[in-house]
Design a protein around this ligand. Structure first.
Ligand SMILES: Nc1ncnc2c1ncn2[C@@H]1O[C@H](COP(=O)(O)OP(=O)(O)OP(=O)(O)O)[C@@H](O)[C@H]1O
Ligand SMILES: O=c1[nH]c(=O)c2[nH+]cn([C@@H]3O[C@H](COP(=O)(O)O)[C@@H](O)[C@H]3O)c2[nH]1
Ligand SMILES: NC(=O)CC[C@H](N)C(=O)O
Ligand SMILES: [Mg+2]
Length: 543
């Protein structure tokens, strides 16, 4: 999205990098994760990437798994130049089959049966560098398989370095070139010594330095930002109080001080007292002076009559950008004739690697379930080189890495561990039309719910929790009187990556207490329900 600015000393320029070519496996991003856990920097690109388009040289390449069969007419294949680059290559599953297929098309065939699940792998010693992949894992150990194709014979020049009862060629290595392939998946935790194997490849075989640490990243990122923004440039940042934008803001503040302008948009659908609390928190703990732009009337007026979820999201996304542009102009005007005078050229966002992965994956864009207000949805006028330029310091990081980075930057633990809160806020937690009355009800119910979760000491056991409103009404009875009120939907989930999620298992007595308090204390509510749908098929937010 921001190709024109992202190449200034990106991490792959500073850190030894293992390049992962993605053939579309569900686990490809886990390879990146595992390598980074080993303090080896790694990036993922589509399998069709042309080596001539790379501006940097990887220390090694991993070809991932994938759903296709290499022998199919429309199967994806890596650029031939990958094999001429002279760096070690490891093929995993489809990647292994790709290596074998290149040597001879008859080498890969459909197997008689699928092999899906555990297998015991035994390493074989063949002598020489080929033995390095399984070094230290000579004892039989459990691996995880997921394939139906198989190698029918060993490609020329290769030796078998591992077998399982079902897979004769569970591991192969070229006797001279640095070419390796394994049929199982080392990146999943079910493969007990998978990380050791990836370490053998990246560190021993490729010689990658294990220097990818958050403190190195902080230093490097701060100097990158300084170079990018220059001596005079000013940056406006969308800061919500959420983890991502807080961490991004702190980095920016360290890099350019008062030339960074943090702006929170009050969209009228924030939680109870949230804007003021965030402002105070950022000032107190991080010395960041946050400007609140009150857009609540414009948002709530505009939301009138909109019931369709995607319309809501698009309206909110567009108005966000309008307000930021207006604010950028105001900041420039205010800075005239001061030492900070200069153009506001950059717009800071807290985009994370999972968003980036989604948009670069070989699989192409998946079906649009919902449009997230920030990434990808920015209007073209912002990206055309005349408007604000996007700056996304976290675009290579995963959420837990961002949290680690936050700790490194001295951000307090309860801010670092805050549950995510979506940009469109309470608006996507009210099913149907958003009205000020409904927002108020959601706010109060949410406040009771989250406070009781915190008091019970279980906030960190769940990944996200909130109270939403069903705008249908139900009948109830209170103090002998009939009431006709809204239905509150409580939602609390556990998840590691927010792509799949499970409902949190509350202690029933606590859930009952929460329900009682909400009905008693929030006017206009007659019932409380707990949403136990997992994702999929549900999503975390209601809309
Ligand atoms: N009310 C807001 N005011 C200003 N910027 C916002 C607001 N809500 C969201 N944003 C911007 O949109 C980006 C994406 O929102 P998102 O909720 O994914 O991240 P976050 O709020 O920083 O962190 P978290 O995921 O923990 O909530 C944020 O990083 C921030 O730049
Ligand atoms: O900043 C955001 N802008 C959005 O438009 C948006 N929609 C969903 N979310 C968050 O994404 C995660 C997954 O949510 P869903 O299961 O509802 O898609 C959850 O953490 C949601 O809170 C958003 N965050
Ligand atoms: N997981 C994979 O990479 C599968 C590769 C190939 N599609 C097979 O079934 O064997
Ligand atoms: Mg947020």
């Amino acid at each position: 999205m921001a190709a024109h600015i992202e190449e200034v000393e990106a991490p792959h320029e500073t850190f030894d990098t293992i390049l992962i070519l993605d053939f579309g496996s569900q686990y490809t991003h886990l390879i990146t994760r595992r390598l980074r856990e080993l303090n080896v920097y790694s990036e993922m690109l589509p399998c069709t990437t042309k080596i001539s388009d790379l501006t940097w040289k990887p220390k090694g390449i991993i070809l991932s798994g994938g759903p296709a069969s290499v022998y199919d007419a429309d199967a994806p294949h890596a650029d031939e130049k990958v094999f001429e680059l002279g760096v070690p290559i490891l093929g995993i599953c489809y990647g292994l089959q790709e290596i074998a297929w290149r040597s001879c098309k008859e080498n890969v065939v459909a197997g008689d049966a699928r092999e899906y699940g555990y297998a015991d792998v035994a390493a074989l010693r063949v002598g020489g560098p080929a033995d390095r992949l399984f070094e230290g894992m000579e004892d039989a150990s459990q691996v995880w398989m997921s394939h139906h194709d198989k190698l029918s014979k060993l490609p020329d020049g290769f030796a078998t370095i591992a077998t399982t009862p079902n897979s004769q060629f569970a591991g192969i290595a070229h006797m001279e070139k640095q070419l390796f392939g394994i049929q199982f998946h080392p990146e999943v935790t079910h493969t007990i010594r998978g990380k050791k194997l990836l370490e053998n490849f990246a560190v021993t075989i490729c010689g990658a330095k294990q220097n990818w640490t958050m403190s190195n990243f902080v230093d490097q990122e701060i100097s990158r930002i300084r170079k990018l923004v220059g001596e005079k440039g000013q940056v406006i940042g969308a800061v919500s109080g959420g983890v991502d934008s807080t961490v991004a803001a702190k980095l920016m503040k360290e890099a350019i001080g008062d030339r960074f302008h943090a702006v929170l948009v009050d969209n009228g659908v924030m939680r109870l007292n949230e804007c003021q609390q965030v402002q105070q928190m950022l000032q107190e703990h991080l010395n960041i002076n946050l400007t609140i732009v009150d857009g609540s009337k414009r948002f709530l007026d505009g939301l009138k009559g909109i019931t369709e979820p995607e319309k809501k999201r698009k309206f909110i996304g567009n108005l966000f950008i309008d307000l930021f542009e207006e604010e950028a102009i105001r900041i420039e005007k205010a800075a005239e004739n001061t030492p900070n005078a200069g153009k506001v050229e950059f717009f800071l966002q807290g985009t994370l690697y999972p968003d980036v992965i989604e948009s670069i994956s070989f699989k192409g864009p998946s079906a649009t379930i919902k449009t997230h207000h920030n990434v990808g949805g920015l209007p073209a006028r912002m990206m055309n080189g005349q408007g604000l330029k996007l700056i996304e310091p976290l675009r290579e990081l995963f959420k837990d890495e961002v949290r680690e980075l936050g700790r490194q930057l001295g951000i307090p633990e309860d801010l670092v561990m805050r549950h995510p809160f979506p940009g469109p806020g309470i608006a996507i937690r009210i099913i149907g039309e958003v009205t000020p009355e409904r927002v108020e009800i959601a706010r109060k119910a949410d406040h009771i719910f989250i406070s009781m979760i915190k008091e019970a000491g279980i906030y960190n056991e769940m990944s996200q929790a909130y109270a939403g409103v069903d705008t249908n009404k139900a009948v109830g009875v209170m103090g002998d009187n009939r009431v006709y009120g809204y239905i509150i939907i409580l939602r609390a989930v556990t998840t590691t990556d927010f792509m799949t999620a499970e409902a949190y298992e509350f202690d029933f007595a606590l859930l009952r207490k929460i329900a009682t308090r909400i009905v008693n204390e929030v006017d206009g509510v007659s019932r409380v329900t707990y949403d136990i749908t997992s994702k999929p098929p549900g999503t975390i937010e209601l809309e």
